[in-house]
Design a binder for this molecule. Structure first.
Ligand code: SF4
Length: 401
């Protein structure tokens, strides 16, 4: 039996839930809105959502997890809270978790403790009889929502009118909606992650003259300049809110990389001042940042790497080493706890969790698992078949590189 809202990504990139259809709002605003247009998104759950203060919450989670047994696989992204990670069968970044979902053909339910675009990728990569569950439908991603399907189609039309679309290969970051991945597959492009961005951009430039890089301008710029040896002036920024992206035809024709104006609201906040401050405060510290950070920050960091690379770098570093890490705080805190022989600090002085990742908490996980145990399938993420087909093509192109 299926209860609550099954969220489906459709051809125009809208997310449909029950009778609710996309209007002019972004996908994030629609997530989890259920039947009530005025309600706060994502807070409605059928039945009782346990109180966070429930003293039996952990034991309820253990009982529900045991009852589901091999019927469920719980995936936990590195940015999830400790209370959720404690119940994850596999932890990883978005790429590793997508691979884990694809490799697991037994589990009936993939309970995805991450954000919406990751659950979509899991649905695309799993078999038709497996169901992907997102414990809180409000767990979106601000970066993914910065490129809607209609905006990207409009951009492509404008590139076509200039005669450059057929020389342009889309490269889309994993952190994007299924609709954008589908656009990418349909136009001969590929998906990339923060660990294979260099390889995918090199591939794209061997196939065409330009890249349209979606939706994270920072990953695109950092890879183009620091890994491919292009210059900043080879890159232009497409602003989807301005006619022709806010660019002149000559700027577009001259560019090697057209960067979409999207960014991560967590990684985008680390600054050059924060790097200088921590170096003054902690002599000998090494600055380790994610490539979603701004170019100025990445350019002066000691080490740049994906989430998995950040973990590996810390694990392989000698006792006594000092690290200031520029990535999501749940992960940095966990690394600090796991490596008491090293000094690990958060690069920014102020606390910065990913607010949407944090929407998945133990009450939502317990609610989702107990609902499944009771035979109620809740918060299923389904990607429409036409979207899934081209998205899969783009994902498989990446895996083939
Ligand atoms: S950390 Fe940034 S990219 Fe990752 S889910 Fe949060 S907003 Fe999106």
């Amino acid at each position: 039996m299926s209860e609550n809202v099954a969220m489906t990504t459709t051809q125009n990139g809208s997310v449909q839930g029950g009778s609710i259809q996309s209007r002019s709002l972004t996908n994030l605003l629609l997530l989890g809105r259920g039947q009530d247009l005025e309600s706060e998104r994502g807070v409605s759950c059928t039945g009782e959502l346990p109180e966070a203060s429930d003293p039996d919450l952990v034991s309820r989670a253990k009982i529900a997890r045991a009852a589901l047994g091999d019927r469920a696989l719980v995936l936990g992204h590195h940015y999830q809270r400790d209370e959720v990670i404690a119940f994850a069968d596999i932890t990883g970044d978005s790429f590793k978790l997508a691979q884990a979902a694809a490799a697991q053909s037994q589990a009936e339910y993939i309970i995805f403790c991450g954000v919406h675009f990751m659950a979509e990728s899991a649905d695309i990569l799993t078999s038709a009889n497996q169901k992907v569950i997102l414990p809180d439908l409000a767990a979106g991603c601000s970066m993914a929502d910065m490129a809607t399907a209609n905006q990207v189609q409009e951009c492509w039309s404008q590139l076509s009118s200039l005669g450059v679309a057929d020389k342009t290969i889309p490269v889309t970051y994993m952190n994007s909606s299924a609709a954008i991945k589908s656009f990418t597959g349909e136009h001969g492009g590929t998906i990339c992650t923060s660990s294979n961005a260099k390889k995918t951009m090199e591939w794209a430039l061997s196939k065409g003259e330009k890249i349209l890089f979606l939706p994270d301008q920072h990953l695109g710029r950092n890879t183009a300049v620091l890994s491919l040896g292009l210059s900043l002036s080879d890159c232009v920024l497409w602003n989807p809110w301005k006619p022709m992206g806010g660019l002149t035809p000559d700027q577009i024709r001259a560019a090697k990389v057209i960067l979409w104006r999207g960014h991560c609201s967590v990684h985008g906040r680390f600054t050059v001042d924060a790097v200088n401050e921590v170096r003054n405060r902690l002599p000998g510290v090494k600055v380790l940042v994610h490539p979603e950070c701004q170019h100025e920050v990445v350019s002066i960091a000691d080490v740049v790497g994906s989430t998995e690379a950040i973990i590996r770098t810390v694990e392989e570093s000698p006792a006594g080493s000092k690290w200031a890490i520029g990535t999501e705080l749940n992960l940095v805190s966990r690394l600090a706890k796991a490596h008491p022989d090293k000094e690990i600090v958060f690069l920014d002085k102020t606390v910065c969790y990913c607010s949407t990742m944090n929407r998945i908490d133990l009450p939502h996980l317990v609610w989702a698992m107990e609902s499944l145990v009771a035979g109620h399938e809740v918060n299923q993420i389904r990607v429409a078949p036409d979207i899934a087909r081209y998205s899969k093509l783009a994902l498989e192109q990446m895996l083939a590189l």
